[in-house]
Every structure is written in C-alpha cells, then in structure tokens.
Design a protein around this ligand. Structure first.
Ligand code: OAD
Length: 247
C-alpha cells in the first residue's frame, strides 16, 4: 500500500517503545460527538460552559443532565476499528502507553491494558466534600441530585476546565512521551493543555511523531507525518501494511 511512507512502516516495525495520545476524534466513528465543531454542541451550550466547577455549583441539575445524556450515549456505543487497531498495536511492543483525553472508556472495551486516562472516566462519580467514589450513579434521569452518604453532592469524576489533572497519571504520560521511539497523536484538536504538550515533548526528546486526524491541527507542523482521514480507516490500514497477514 503506498498510502504510507517506507519510513513510517520501518518505524512501526522497528520501534520498541510506542506512545499514543487520543482525543474525541478516535471515538467519533463510534457515534460519540466531539467537543469542538458543529456537532460538538449540546443544546445551546459549549462544553467549556458546562465542564467546570462554577457551572456545576451554579446549576448542578443542568450539568448532571448533560452528563446523564453523555453517559447514556456512551453506554450504548462500541469501540470502532480505530480503537481495535490500537489494542492490536499494544501487542506488538514491549512498551506501549495509550494516553487518552477521552472519558468514554472505549479503549478499555477495545482491550488495551496500559491506559492513562488524563481526564477521568465518565462512568465514575465522586463526592465534592469527602472525595468518596462511586460507580453506581445511574444513567436514567434523576429526580433529585445524587448525594454521598456524608451528605455532599456527587459530581462526575472527570477533569473540568480550571482543574488539575491527576498528577501521577500526568507524570507517567510525560515520561512515556519522553521515552518513546514513536508517538501517535490521534483525533485531537490539541488545544487543551497539558495534553497538547505531549506530542511536542515527544518530538523534543527525539521520537518520530505521527498525527492522524481528519484535518490539520496546530500540532501538524511539529509532526514528522500527518495522515489526513478518519482514524477508524487509517489505523487498521497502517497495521495491515506493517504486519500484513497478522491481523
Ligand atoms: P476536540 O473536539 O477538540 O477535537 C476532536 C478532533 O478530532 C478534531 O481535531 C477533529 O478534526 C478530529 N476528528 C474528528 N473525527 C475524526 C475521525 N473520525 N478520525 C480522526 N480525527 C477525527 O476533542 P479533543 O481534542 O479530545 O476535556 O478535546 C480535548 C479536551 O477538550 C477533551 O478531553 C475535553 C474537551 O473539553 C475536558 O473535558 C477536560
């Protein structure tokens, strides 16, 4: 297949340490809307207006309504060929780190094991007062706001704008970017920090950086190669090209 350079195929075959950063675009073909762009809007709100603590405290019903809508949607979707290709890729390398900004858990469902969830997981909730976690807050509409045994309000266990990312996970993500031979950035607009710095860091530390996206992004000029197209089509083809007959 000539859609990929010989250099990229060689890198795929010879690398020992691979890291991948994914964003909402990897799940688009599963039917999960991305955050930015036309389809990224929910009702008349932008994600930035809902995904922050002030919005939650001002109007927890509205924010829970948005998260209940997304939880229900995410519960019903399945990994697409892009997720599956990344889980197969993990098996080819002694070190493979999948760093995701997504909260949908689809990489787990696809079978990846070494996953760093930078922005949390939408299926978990935690108490704003005592931090106690829960996996059992339902997907049905709620008649009243979910509360912890301590009386505190439960919130989705995801990272909101203005909040710190889980530090241990973030450190591991940067370590993987610094140490890898090959780094993929897939389906992310790369505008939300600190995740957006990972491909740049990988490049600075000498990795070969490959971007897969339906359109060029701010990362494109840092990447060694940008492959334009849906990740659910490009990733399986890439695997097929590198390890033909094995998938
Ligand atoms: P965005 O919605 O900003 O970007 C999605 C990217 O995916 C865009 O660059 C699209 O061009 C690309 N894309 C769409 N469909 C694709 C496909 N089929 N194949 C490949 N690429 C495709 O989403 P993120 O970059 O993930 O944070 O956004 C980052 C963070 O901002 C999210 O994690 C979330 C959000 O607000 C928090 O909630 C903290």
């Amino acid at each position: 297949m000539d859609m990929f350079s010989d250099k990229l195929i060689k890198k795929l075959k010879q690398s020992k340490k691979v890291a991948v950063l994914t964003g909402a675009g990897i799940s688009a073909e599963s039917g999960v809307p991305t955050f930015r762009g036309e389809e990224g809007l929910w009702k008349k709100y932008k994600s930035e207006e809902l995904a922050n603590f002030d919005a939650f405290i001002r109007n927890p019903e509205l924010v829970w309504e948005w998260y209940t809508f997304r939880k229900k949607l995410i519960d019903e979707v399945h990994p697409n060929p892009g997720h599956i290709a990344l889980s197969k890729m993990e098996q080819h390398y002694p070190e493979f780190t999948l760093i995701t900004q997504n909260v949908d858990g689809l990489h787990w469902k696809a079978g990846n094991r070494n996953i760093l969830e930078l922005h949390g997981n939408i299926m978990r909730s935690r108490c704003v007062d005592c931090g106690t976690g829960s996996n059992s807050i339902g997907m049905k509409g709620m008649s009243e706001l979910p509360r912890c045994a301590c009386g505190g309000l439960m919130r989705p266990d995801v990272v909101w704008f203005g909040e710190l990312l889980p530090q241990e996970i973030l450190i591991k993500a940067f370590r993987a970017a610094e140490n890898c031979d090959l780094f993929f950035t897939v389906g992310t607009s790369a505008v939300v920090q600190p995740a957006a710095s990972l491909p740049v860091t990988a490049k600075e530390y000498g990795a070969f950086v490959v971007e897969i996206n339906t359109e060029p992004t701010v990362i494109s000029h840092h990447a060694d190669e940008t492959l334009i197209g849906p990740s659910g089509e490009i990733l399986p083809k890439l695997l097929q090209c590198a390890w033909e007959g094995e998938i």
